[in-house]
Design a protein around this ligand. Structure first.
Ligand code: PA5
Length: 336
């Protein structure tokens, strides 16, 4: 693989298309996953925090309407009581040292689950009880390793569920091609970053675009050190909608992540909230990507919004690499 400057967030984000499909999960592990899938499985629990959790959320959303077994994600040190020996768990921690992930992994082993690990090193690598470990390249920021982690999680889950294998290299080519088009279009990421510079973006997704909205919020928090939020349709139609009131003097910018695969009722909801929010003085921005499949749509939007978060970091004059407060919190907790 071409050398990527992992100390530079910009090169890492630009490498997104190349990194997709860069991890080839060993055939031994894939055989194991097929075996796990053949056994009666209660469900699949994907464990991880922050940048290491998001790939699981994507895969969960992607297979939500096709999987015959429950897929849950856990972003905590405890796992639900119904996760027992008939379940498979995938514990993901980029550093391998995340307290919550280590705790949940240990618990899954204790319960006799079919436990798998994805990590680049750390304590998780030396933990006992895993049936299989996928070691991914080290040196990245966890959130920049998303395409690597996604690729690993997807391959494992496709195998467990007996689904057709996605050609992620091909997806990478689609992303690279589209990136060139963005630069010279009204969708230039720099222009989008300018649009949100003076505001607090609220990314609103639906179904498979919910994790994309959440990822965008997190990328803006961590890369641009700026406030951002995310919410989901239809749920936010039952609460958040009331807060779009002209007397609430906060510069919220609703960013509507629209899908080509939206069902009519969801489209109608988006249209109605656009009207209501505009009447209250909040003009929503609409983002959609031409795409042939849900996975393409998720990856294209993610790559685009990752670049926007970087452009925003540049405009705000902050270092997109540093996550000093996350590190400080982990360190202080480590001393307690
Ligand atoms: O993006 C980040 O740096 C964080 O969200 C981390 O991913 C999170 O703290 C968990 O760490 P790790 O990914 O090493 O398990």
């Amino acid at each position: 693989m071409e050398q990527i400057a992992t100390t530079n967030m910009s090169s890492m984000v630009k490498a997104f298309p190349k990194l997709l499909g860069s991890v080839k999960v060993d055939q031994d592990i894939l055989n194991l996953c097929m075996k796990i899938g053949d056994e009666v499985l209660g469900g699949l629990c994907i464990i991880g925090m922050g940048g290491s959790a998001i790939a699981g959320q994507y895969v969960q959303a992607l297979f939500n309407d096709v999987s015959t077994i429950p897929i849950i994600t856990v972003r905590d040190s405890i796992i639900p009581s119904f996760v027992d020996k008939n379940w498979a768990t995938i514990s993901v921690s980029y550093s391998g040292n995340t307290e919550e992930t280590l705790g949940a992994f240990d618990e899954s082993v204790k319960r006799g689950c079919h436990s798998l690990i994805i990590t680049s090193g750390g304590e998780l690598l030396s933990r006992h009880g895993s049936l299989g470990t996928i070691t991914i390249p080290s040196g990245y920021q966890p959130r920049a390793a998303f395409p690597i982690i996604f690729s690993a999680v997807l391959q494992i889950v496709e195998c467990i569920l007996g689904m057709e294998k996605t050609d992620l290299k091909k997806k990478g080519h689609i992303l690279s091609k589209r990136e060139q088009e963005w630069e010279s279009s009204p969708l230039a990421p720099k222009e989008m970053a300018k649009d949100i510079l003076e505001s607090i973006p609220l990314f609103i997704g639906s179904r498979h675009l919910n994790p994309v909205a959440y990822r965008a919020k997190c990328q803006i928090n961590e890369n641009a050190k700026a406030m951002a939020f995310s919410s989901e349709i239809p749920e936010s139609n039952h609460n958040e909608i009331e807060s779009f009131d002209r007397n609430n003097d906060l510069p919220f910018l609703p960013m509507l992540l629209r899908s080509n695969f939206e069902e009519k009722r969801i489209s109608q909801r988006f249209e109605i909230i656009s009207e209501i929010y505009a009447e209250e003085g909040y003009t929503p921005l609409r983002l959609s990507m031409k795409s042939d499949s849900k996975i393409d749509e998720m990856l294209l939007m993610t790559f685009y919004l990752d670049i926007v978060s970087l452009e925003l970091a540049i405009l705000r004059g902050v270092d997109p690499n540093a996550v000093d407060k996350i590190s400080r919190l982990k360190e202080e907790l480590g001393h307690l």
